[in-house]
Design a protein around this ligand. Structure first.
Ligand code: AHR
Length: 536
């Protein structure tokens, strides 16, 4: 589509739409129902991560003082179900490369206490091991994504763990699982081979890790009758595209017949919107809040750019898309480890390591990042927000017995209608940006999808401007002649300030105006996420 057509479309839409409120620049979102490939948006983009880190598991997922009964908090399970959490990644993170699975099986009273070297030298009593994790996944009805230990483990140890979990019976390890109270094998389809080998997972060069990965991958395969295993190779740290390049090159084999194979089914990337170095804490006031807002939004748009760089490399090495990209750690990172939390210092279990206040600002960043991943959903098939409870960009926070749903929880919940739907082609026609000094970011981000029955269209729009409202026209192209557009539900998430932390979605269904059979007009408050579900 050329620029002239874009302008024409904009004009055409405007000529049918009611006059804007005049409060600010109009924009138009044109969604085409009948164009393009319509790739499926994997529900696994909405995965979360759990790690033995601060109050993530102990005091987060687990009850604080429980000794031997059920350790998992039922309110957390309920909240994860509400989010339709599709997968949970565990036991880390950095913790994974120091974790030995045998410590976390069998009677809880017999499990050893170990030092958690990565996270403040706290004492890990192993009462939440693989049995508890897999029971949690069953309660949430989500898939487990287990990360094996490469950094301080062995191939034999990883292979044994997989056999213990998934073998039907008759082997020493499968029988051991039965003795531990689980006769049926678990279904574990997602398996990470280490974590961040370029850093806490072993300080390796890409070529060293690629060689390690190929060896590990050789010994990991699903038992007969089980679903095929997805072996996830560790990917880049942020913008380190050289790592992606190396992994795609070094884990590829071209057979005599020219058939291409890769040693992995997925390659990961860790993409944090990190503002630690800028000294931003998440709770600025006045002018500092405005600057921080802009910087964080900039990071969110950079997230999309970086993702597209990794995707482009994979497209070049693997045009058939045999290898998926997993963003298996992402989120906003403000938190500094508390003073003195270096590994040389002892921290008791339950210390507030990497905890940060999660506000409306972070909720909108989460929505922008999810939009970016949906835009790349042909390749990006899974993601894990770091982390589920209390740590970093968490949707859930525990305060004693109370469970708090952060604004990010609500943003994720509002976007869940996109899960497993087909992404629609959309053109955002707008002239405006959000400016800050000489720099600018796009003012809007939008995604549209259609359900498998072709009966519902979901549109989500993030409005980045922190102060000014905006009016936007939405035009659906390619609707059948008999289609009758109905607004089934419309919600907005916004808050009284940029750092509001108590905000919840509001129902705005009644205030969405249909301008014609295929058009409607949306009012976007400043700093908001608006999601509309349309019956067609
Ligand atoms: O999510 C916190 C930490 O960030 C993880 O343990 C590590 O993988 C990453 O650097």
């Amino acid at each position: 589509m050329d620029a002239a057509e874009l302008v024409l479309r904009l004009v055409a839409t405007r000529s049918h739409a009611p006059p804007s409120s005049g409060r600010d620049a109009d924009a138009t979102l044109v969604v085409s129902i009948d164009l393009g490939e319509r790739p499926v948006i994997s529900k696994h983009l909405f995965g979360l991560m759990l790690e033995h880190l601060g109050r993530g598991i102990h005091g987060g997922i687990c009850k604080e003082l429980e000794e031997l009964g059920d350790v998992v908090r039922t309110d957390v399970v309920d909240a994860l179900r509400e989010l339709r959490t599709p997968n949970l990644r565990w036991p880390g993170g950095c913790f994974a490369d120091g974790y030995h699975w045998r410590d976390g099986v069998g009677p809880r009273e017999d499990r050893p206490k170990r030092v958690n070297q990565h996270w403040g030298y706290s004492i890990e009593d192993n009462r939440f091991g693989c049995k508890e994790f897999l029971e949690l996944c069953e309660a949430v009805e989500c898939e487990p994504y287990i990360v094996g230990n490469v950094g301080s483990g062995t191939i034999q140890e990883m292979r044994d763990w997989f056999e213990y979990l998934t073998h039907p019976g008759g082997t020493m390890l499968a029988d051991w699982r039965k003795e531990h109270g689980r006769s049926e094998p678990h279904v574990v389809r997602l398996w990470g081979v280490g974590n961040e080998p370029w850093g806490c997972g072993g300080n390796m060069e890409a070529c060293t890790y690629a060689a390690e990965f190929r060896r590990y991958a050789c010994f990991l395969s699903a038992p007969p009758g089980a679903p095929p295993l997805t072996r996830v190779a560790c990917g880049a740290n942020g913008r380190d595209t050289a790592w992606t390049e190396a992994m795609m090159r070094l884990c590829k084999k071209v057979g005599g017949s020219g058939r291409v194979r890769f040693s992995m089914e997925a390659l990961s990337v860790h993409l944090y919107c990190s503002v630690r170095r800028e000294g931003i804490t998440g709770q600025e006031q006045g002018a500092a809040a405005q600057t921080a807002w802009f910087q964080i939004m900039q990071k969110a748009f950079e997230f999309g750019e970086t993702l597209r760089m990794h995707v482009a490399i994979m497209e070049r090495h693997d045009p058939e898309r045999l290898v998926s990209l997993y963003v298996d750690e992402w989120g906003v990172w403000y938190a500094q480890p508390p003073e003195g939390a270096a590994p040389s210092q002892a921290l008791s279990r339950g210390a507030s390591l990497l905890e940060q206040t999660c506000t409306l600002r972070d909720a909108l960043v989460a929505a922008l990042c999810l939009h970016a991943m949906i835009e790349c959903c042909e390749r990006v098939q899974l993601a894990n927000l770091a982390q589920a409870v209390n740590v970093l960009h968490c949707p859930l926070r525990t305060v004693g017995d109370e469970l708090v749903r952060t604004p990010t929880f609500h943003a994720l919940w509002l976007l869940t209608p996109h899960m497993q739907c087909q992404r629609l082609e959309g053109q955002l026609l707008h002239a405006t940006q959000f400016n800050h000094g000489a720099a600018a970011v796009p003012r809007l981000s939008a995604v549209a999808s259609i359900d498998e029955h072709g009966a519902k269209v979901h549109v989500s729009v993030v409005h980045v401007h922190p102060h000014a409202p905006m009016s936007i026209g939405l035009e659906l192209r390619g609707l059948g002649a008999s289609a009758k557009l109905r607004v089934e539900r419309a919600n907005v998430l916004t808050g009284e300030s940029m750092c509001a932390d108590g905000c919840t979605p509001r129902d705005i269904t009644e205030s969405v105006t249909l301008a014609s059979q295929s058009q409607l007009q949306l009012q976007l408050p400043p700093r908001s996420l608006v999601v509309v579900i349309l019956g067609i």
